[in-house]
Design a protein around this ligand. Structure first.
Ligand SMILES: [Zn+2]
Length: 77
């Protein structure tokens, strides 16, 4: 009676839906004011956060890139 294969489908437990990101990662909550850390994509609209990189924000959907300038560069044209 031996020879059971373990390849048979086991009962799958329903996966818990994890939030893609914790709220605390996307928002600065100080007191009763909430500050968004990440910007929304101007092209995709609200709900699509720009992924924050070191020096730029990138939309994972449309690849929109927004450069982050830490210093306020004087406008010289
Ligand atoms: Zn986008």
């Amino acid at each position: 009676m031996i020879g059971k294969s373990n390849k048979g489908p086991k009962d799958r437990k329903p996966k818990e839906k994890k939030p893609s990101k914790r709220l605390g990662e996307l928002y600065n909550i100080s007191g009763d004011s909430i500050e968004r850390k990440n910007k929304f994509c101007p092209k995709c609209g609200k709900g699509f956060f720009l992924a924050a990189h070191k020096d730029r924000s990138v939309c994972g959907k449309c690849k929109y890139v927004e450069m982050i300038s830490k210093k306020e560069a004087p406008k010289e044209e």
